[in-house]
Design a protein around this ligand. Structure first.
Ligand code: F6R
Length: 610
């Protein structure tokens, strides 16, 4: 989604904004722009297309001089990607210039009202209504804070606004509702950013803005105000993420680098709750009493995080006997489902900002349900609003297609499952100790699989021109099939479907053609033969049969066109291993097709709109 930056200090703003926007490129965007305030005038440069086009046009920033400015990468929602619709947008006489992430839902109504007051509109964006509304109040109040507080009362929807006022030298203003905004504090300079990775090279001292909060930067001075305009006090936090973690480190793509970071992500995430031979969740708000009282678990998430939750559903249910429902956040938020007051809602999100996931979590809270966030980004909205948070330790994830955060989410869920089982007595101590050992052995096994990636690279070349693929599995293997299929389609644009193996005969089988890739995930011993027979049905209709199974599994060894064995593990944790070849296959097909693996078309890293 859109990337946002603000800077006030002694250095030239344009260079800092361009460099910061470059670090936000991974979020996905279709146009870029900056605005710089100098000598009572605001100069704007923006265009459709890559940041590089903008950089060249303004001679790497030299044409736009000044030490106070704002920047934006746009992911179009209202109005096609174009020079005109690119941000920043301005008020009619350039008094206020603004960048925006989010959606002004009542923009038509606001445009109508402002048109009656004499404003004209030049873009198709919802954002233009916001900048003109702020300008309208500013002309009455002659005070940015008063103008912003009045305007946000009229605006419906979600927003992160960052603004310049031409009469306010050195000042950058920001306001947020339901979308992230972070203020960074340096020496004699300060920053605003939608994502901490944009400013990590300049400062690690940051403030996380609360919902409906307003901020003003003036060189090194950062001030905060509530929605009524009263000053508020905030504590500074220090970001511990390694800024090099957001570099490619010798890999061709971030995705491949992150695939290789999975063993570490899994180890660190489990290590965060495993101390002196025990899983301890008390810091996550889950002491033994709380665990015993859980009557039901709702796991709520989107996309790959949902797929991690789907694995967790099987694992937690089987180990703990607690009923678990996996729910898509975008559906859950609008359902009138009777909810059990003693339930626990587990909210899974890498970014901690996904609009649907956040709304679903708020819905669970309104229903009096305790919420636990499994979140990667420290200080993100879900992390701060959940009753408690279990941070995954994946570190910054840059590639749009998630890999290491998904793997870290899985292991966080395994930790919950084993601990709940132990406290509720569904497993004895010996069995828990054995499962913990299995979890601890996963990182080494993940690395073993990566060592065998060459065979998948070769295999991928066969599917350069493929049109369709199926991924089949049952139980945990079905949940992994969903993730494998998503990895394939989102980066290689090869249409692919995940099918619960038993469902194939009920319709999808009609799509199988000669040579079509049909991948079967076969790791659940009690279901080997079931899925194997569904794969044979695909083979007899001409499908190319790829089997991902555990060492020692003989299923389809003679019939499959290609078999990839992952090391053996307890079947509850097989997803952590079987997903790796599927990530690699998606990656290699995309590379063979010469696609932009890290920034697939139409996708954004953090989906902050509905
Ligand atoms: C797929 C992918 C997305 C995200 C989804 C949820 O590779 O990355 O499907 O998993 O958009 O995002 P988070 O986890 O940030 O809530």
């Amino acid at each position: 989604m859109c990337g946002i930056l603000g800077y006030s200090g002694d250095r030239q703003a344009s260079g800092i904004l361009l460099a910061g926007l470059e670090r936000l490129e991974y979020r996905g965007y279709d146009s870029a722009g900056i605005a710089v305030l100098s000598g009572g005038k605001i100069k704007v440069a923006k265009n459709k297309g890559r940041l590089k086009v903008l950089e060249d046009r303004i001679n790497s920033g030299e044409e736009v001089s000044g030490t106070c400015g704002i920047g934006h990468t746009r992911w179009a929602t209202h109005g096609e990607p174009s020079d005109v619709n690119a941000h920043p947008l301005w008020s009619d006489d350039m008094t206020v210039v603004l960048v925006h992430n989010g959606i002004v839902e009542n923009y038509r109504e606001l445009r109508e009202k402002l048109s009656q007051k004499g404003y004209t509109f030049y873009s198709q964006t919802d954002t233009e209504a916001a900048v003109k509304l702020i300008d309208y109040y500013y002309k009455q109040e002659h005070n940015p804070l008063k103008a912003i507080t009045r305007a946000i009362k009229d605006i419906e929807g979600s927003y992160c606004f960052v603004m310049l006022f031409k009469d306010c030298p050195d000042e950058v203003w920001g306001a947020r509702k339901d979308l992230p905004l972070i203020a960074g504090q340096g020496k004699d300079e300060s920053f605003l950013a939608s994502d901490v990775s944009a400013i990590l090279h300049d400062t690690r001292d940051v403030y996380y803005l609360d919902n409906m909060e307003i901020v003003r930067l003036k060189k090194g001075d950062v001030r905060f105000f509530d929605g009524e305009g009263y000053a508020t006090h905030k504590e500074i936090s220090t970001v511990t993420w390694d800024s090099n973690a957001a570099e490619k480190g010798g890999f061709e793509h971030f995705m491949m680098k992150e695939i290789h970071e999975q063993a570490r992500a899994v180890k660190d995430t489990f290590g965060a709750v495993y101390h002196s031979g025990k899983i301890d969740l008390t810091e996550k708000g889950l002491d033994d009493e709380a665990i015993k009282n859980i009557s039901q678990i709702y796991i709520v998430a989107c996309g790959s995080a949902y797929h991690a939750g789907a694995v967790a559903q099987y694992v937690i249910e089987d180990l703990t006997k607690i009923p678990v429902r996996i729910e898509m956040a975008s559906e859950f938020r609008y359902r009138n489902m009777p909810m059990d007051k003693n339930a626990l809602a587990v909210i899974i999100s890498q970014s901690g900002e996904t609009a649907d996931t956040l709304a679903a979590m708020r819905r669970a809270k309104e229903n009096g349900i305790k919420t636990l966030g499994i979140v990667n980004v420290v200080g993100s909205t879900i992390a701060r609003e959940a009753d408690s948070v279990f941070y995954t330790m994946a570190g910054p994830e840059i590639a749009v297609a998630t890999t290491k955060a998904y793997s870290a989410q899985l292991v966080a869920c395994y930790a919950l499952a084993v601990k709940f089982a132990q406290v509720r007595g569904t497993l004895d101590d010996g069995e828990c100790a054995r499962l913990i050992e299995e979890i601890q052995s996963l990182p080494g096994k993940i690395d073993e699989i990566l060592d065998e990636r060459g065979s998948l690279e070769e295999l991928a070349k066969r599917f350069v021109n493929a049109k369709n693929a199926f991924y089949l599995g049952r139980n945990i293997d079905y949940a992994v099939a969903m993730e494998g299929s998503l990895k394939m389609k989102e980066i290689s644009y090869l249409h692919s479907e995940a099918i619960a193996a038993g469902e194939m005969k009920h319709g999808p089988i009609s799509l199988i053609e000669r040579g079509m890739l049909v991948t079967g995930i076969i790791t659940q011993k009690n279901l080997y033969l079931k899925t194997a027979s569904n794969m044979l049905e695909a083979k007899s209709r001409g499908g190319f049969i790829l089997v991902v199974s555990m060492r020692g599994c003989e299923a389809l060894k003679d019939e499959a066109d290609f078999v990839f064995h992952v090391p053996e593990t307890d079947c509850h944790f097989s997803a952590s291993l079987s997903v790796i070849p599927l990530q690699l296959l998606g990656y290699y097909v995309a590379v063979a097709r010469k696609l932009d693996v890290d920034k697939p078309r139409n996708l954004a890293k953090s989906v902050t709109v509905e």
